[in-house]
Design a protein. Structure first.
Lengths: 436, 412
């Protein structure tokens, strides 16, 4: 792990140095091509952009979303790409200084990527026929001519900005670039493009009505930022909330205590190894935490029975996926997980229960849950049997691959368990087989 | 709802007067481009109304109505603002919510008419129309005054309607909503003024961009509402699932929440205070759910809860960041002696309501109460005599309502 971290750091540093050189070179060329004049409006915009940047909202995997973006777009539209790049680059310095974990790498990266994004966006705007609003205002007649350049500006800024940040996160965490981008930025792209047009309004109002117009944007943008901040905060703690409450339900039975939590960690590992998208992995984690919720509708006498179940008792147990799915369906936010819970006891050969599906009829997420669930059940002590060792459980999974379990999911879990044991990266795993 | 028929008649009368009165002012020339642009923009925003959990809708078009008030003739202004509202309602096929439409249209019409006349009398409209280039500070001041009047009048009228419909205290509602909605009102004023500025230079294109800004703000609000609703439903469902595991407890938390919600509302709790009370009621016994059956205390053959349940509940709820405001209420139930001494402190009131409602439900169900019985007495002793009497009265009326009608007070 340490070796990997070292390699990552070296790669990341090379990436940052390259980026800094590109940004510096780009800025020099831009200043030569289009020098900028300092005005009071430019200074006020720079200050507001810096303040807005210090109020950026942190995303789940380390990226940030900032309301500084429409302000820097407005700077480009008002004063050109060079001024836009300088304002964007300077804007992140106060927040870099005030940050607790002052890191020169992070500061250089942020300045460089913002300068590059502003340069690309600004010159795209210029190349597509955009003009400086500080010299010529938009009107009803010429508005349509500004739409394409502004769209170009938006796409340029969003692509360079989110692409470079995702690349840096990917290099520092080892997570695939595509996954990082999808988790953090895919859902913000349309908002960012809309915010570029808000930048156009800011530019227009500042050019036509001066500072009064500019300050009218402060409250709406702050409120939008406040909503986003609270949303991302609540979104990131949602799975934790479910985990805490499910743990209470499971705690009643010493045999199943911690089961869903462990199934969730196996299932997310399998999903990650199979290359599923982050949004899918998030769904699988939640479904794993909730997969046995339906057991609240099954008699406790049967759940803790010390011995073989008779057929009547077994058919009651078989009801738990349907009960769980029914409970989950009543929560709109979780309703998409209901099929996953309903089918987590299906088998590829069609002999499982839920709805008796087989093969590809079973959702891939449910197949993953089935493997994770069975592995944890086998490696845990139950009232009617002792826990299997990890290797015995792995052998059982391998034996059932194709008939009882999805072979790809089994392969992914076994691969993950093997690599986890080799690198001892996952100390939690050591506990799994302890009950033997 | 109290006297619904009378309220409807009053609202219809207000709507009719608001539509008619501005025509008493000489209409002058009507800018058709401005009127039609504002109508279309308001109609589009009307389609983006945000449905709130309790069935109301948050209107994002208020800011543009301010723009219309500042730019259009009073009669035309009221007609297009109300017309756009009605059309949006029809397009969305919300035919069954006629009460809501009448209420919102009457409120918006009255506000628009009053502020439009004010803008006319202050001469703001004329100055904006005839000034080329930057407006003077006096004009800006006039615009801000009209916009502030608009948002405050709308807030007051909305709370008056709520007070009449649900029998809540009007002044308390206004005072409690003012700080809560303060920033939103400021945003409405800002965007309203912006719509005037951009319309002057870019006409309908400017309005289109302002609509975009409002839609971005709305999207952020919707995301937040959705995730809050997700938390609410998830916690409710999981709490119910926990109860289902314990014989004889199913429905207890829900009934306690219903009593607590009705009692809390009638003593003036609202917003986050009321929400915390609801969660505290729902989760007050959650600590008992992790006990295995043999850990429950047997009392004359009945299963009853051990005295450390409140402490266990605190431990569970503490792990959930979303429920941070609920922890202090459960802590008061855990150790009443450490509670704040302020006689009307809302958390003490909430803790008292929860413990009393729980005792009431246990008594009605014929179950033995928790081993820590008498907790309600200890918490109640922290309240001032008068406050305690008020709260007690509210709890008793809530009890009557919940057990007689089985009302779903907790639905939000």
């Amino acid at each position: 792990m340490i070796v990997l971290a070292d390699k990552t750091t070296i790669r990341l540093r090379v990436f940052i140095v390259g980026l800094a050189l590109a940004a510096a070179g780009g800025l020099v060329l831009s200043v030569r091509a289009q020098p900028t004049r300092v005005s009071s409006a430019l200074i006020v915009l720079a200050i507001l952009t810096a303040v807005a940047d210090s109020l950026a909202v942190e995303m789940q995997q380390g990226g940030v979303m900032s309301v500084a973006y429409p302000l820097s777009s407005a700077t480009i539209i008002l004063f050109g790409p060079t001024a836009g790049a300088i304002v964007a680059g300077l804007s992140c310095i106060p927040s870099a200084i005030s940050r607790e974990d002052r890191s020169w790498e992070k500061a250089i990266f942020n300045v460089s990527q913002l300068v590059l994004a502003a340069l690309v966006a600004g010159w795209t705007y210029w190349a597509l026929g955009g003009w400086r609003l500080s010299e010529d205002l938009l009107s009803t007649d010429n508005f349509t001519h500004a739409v394409l350049p502004v769209l170009g500006l938006a796409i340029g800024a969003v692509a360079v900005n989110t692409g470079l940040v995702s690349m840096a996160i990917s290099l520092s965490t080892g997570a695939p670039f595509k996954n990082v981008w999808q988790l953090n930025y895919a859902w913000t792209t349309s908002t960012q493009i809309a915010l570029t047009f808000v930048g156009l309004v800011i530019a227009q109002v500042t050019a036509s009505d001066g500072m009064v117009g500019l300050f009218l944007f402060v409250v709406p943008l702050l409120i939008a930022r406040q909503f986003y901040q609270r949303y991302t905060g609540l979104r990131s703690t949602y799975a934790g909330t479910v985990r805490s409450l499910v743990a209470v339900i499971e705690a009643k039975d010493p045999y199943t205590r911690g089961h869903s939590e462990r199934v969730a960690s196996y299932a997310t590992a399998i999903a990650g190894a199979l290359g599923l998208r982050p949004t899918h992995i998030e769904q699988i984690e939640l479904a794993a935490l909730l997969h046995d919720l339906g057991k609240v509708g099954v008699s406790r006498r049967i759940l803790v029975k010390d011995g073989q179940l008779d057929s009547e008792e077994f058919s009651e147990i078989e009801r738990h996926p349907a009960i769980g799915a029914h409970i989950i369906e009543s929560v709109p936010f979780l309703a998409d997980l209901a099929p996953l819970v309903l089918h987590h006891h299906e088998r590829p050969d069609g002999t499982g229960y839920g709805e008796g599906l087989s093969g590809d009829e079973i959702p891939v997420e449910a197949r993953i849950l089935a493997v994770a669930d069975c592995y944890d059940a086998m490696t845990s002590t139950r009232p009617y049997r002792a826990a299997l060792t990890k290797s015995a459980a792995a052998a059982e999974l391998a034996r059932g691959a194709g008939s009882q379990f999805d072979p790809a999911a089994v392969g992914a879990l076994l691969g993950w368990l093997g690599s986890a044991e080799e690198s001892a990266q996952y100390p939690g795993l050591a506990d799994v087989g302890d009950s033997t | 709802m109290r006297r619904p028929g009378l309220i409807r008649i009053a609202e219809a009368a207000v709507l009719a007067m608001a539509l008619a009165l501005p025509w008493l002012i000489p209409p002058g020339s009507t800018d058709l481009v401005a009127a039609s642009s504002f109508f279309v923009a308001l109609l589009i925003l009307g389609l983006f109304d945000v449905l709130l959990p309790r069935g109301d809708a948050a209107d994002v078009g208020g800011a543009l109505a301010i723009g219309a008030v500042l730019l259009l003739n009073p009669g035309v202004c009221v007609a297009i603002v109300v017309g756009a509202r009605v059309c949006a309602h029809v397009v969305q096929k919300r035919g069954r919510q006629l009460d809501y439409l009448l209420g919102s249209a009457a409120r918006r019409a009255a506000t628009t008419a009053a502020c439009s006349v004010l803008a006319y009398l202050l001469g703001v409209k004329a100055t904006i129309s005839h000034t080329v280039g930057q407006l003077s500070p006096t004009t800006y001041a006039g615009m801000v005054l009209v916009a502030l009047c608009f948002v405050l009048l709308e807030l007051v009228l909305a709370q008056l309607q709520s007070s009449l419909r649900h029998g809540r205290r009007f002044i308390a509602l206004v005072l409690s909503n003012l700080p809560f909605q303060g920033w939103l009102l400021a945003a409405q004023v800002s965007v309203g003024l912006l719509s005037v500025l951009v319309f002057r230079s870019m006409t309908f294109w400017g309005l289109a961009l302002v609509v975009l800004l409002l839609v971005v703000m709305r999207q952020a609000f919707v995301l937040l509402l959705d995730i809050r609703q997700a938390y609410h439903s998830t916690i409710e469902v999981l709490a119910r699932a926990m109860e289902a595991q314990t014989k004889g407890r199913l429905g207890h938390a829900e009934r306690v929440r219903d009593i607590a919600t009705l009692a809390g509302r009638s003593i003036g709790l609202h917003g986050s205070g009321l929400e915390s009370l609801q969660y505290a009621a729902m989760l007050h016994d959650v600590g008992a759910e992790e006990l295995s059956d043999d850990q429950a205390v047997e009392d004359d053959g009945d299963r009853c809860l051990p005295s450390d349940v409140p402490s266990r509940s605190v431990v569970v709820v503490e792990n959930v960041e979303f429920l941070a405001d609920v922890v202090p209420i459960l802590r008061i139930l855990e150790t009443p002696e450490t509670a704040p001494r302020a006689g009307r402190h809302h958390r003490v009131v909430s803790a008292y309501i929860v413990s009393r409602a729980s005792d009431i439900d246990d008594a009605r169900a014929g179950a033995s109460p928790a081993a820590g019985t008498g907790r309600a007495e200890v918490v109640g002793a922290l309240l001032r005599g008068q406050t305690r009497r008020e709260v007690e009265l509210a709890i008793l009326s809530a009890e009557t309502l919940v057990y007689r009608t089985g009302t779903e007070a907790g639905s939000r």
